[in-house]
Design a protein around this ligand. Structure first.
Ligand code: ZN
Ligand code: ZN
Length: 73
């Protein structure tokens, strides 16, 4: 289990097609990935407050998307 608080770069990479995804921000912080396919506000799902939804579906990069966090060395 990786400690996302210390070394997480804010990006995820698809191990299948090497597409990178950068976490959008909500309420002043990076959104977190839920179920590997949805960005969700770090506060959880809530009413849109920063001009955008608190839950955003990721765009599809390939047929077998498999996201893994990119960790800074
Ligand atoms: Zn929010
Ligand atoms: Zn992919």
């Amino acid at each position: 289990m990786v400690d996302l608080k210390t070394n997480f770069s804010g990006s995820y990479i698809c191990t299948n097609c090497n597409t990178t995804f950068t976490a959008p921000t909500h309420c002043g912080r990076m959104m977190t990935l839920q179920d590997g396919n949805t960005w969700i506000c770090w506060k959880g799902e809530h009413q849109p407050c920063c001009g955008k939804e608190s839950k955003i579906e990721l765009e599809n990069c390939c047929d077998s998307r498999n996201l893994t966090p990119q960790i800074e060395a």
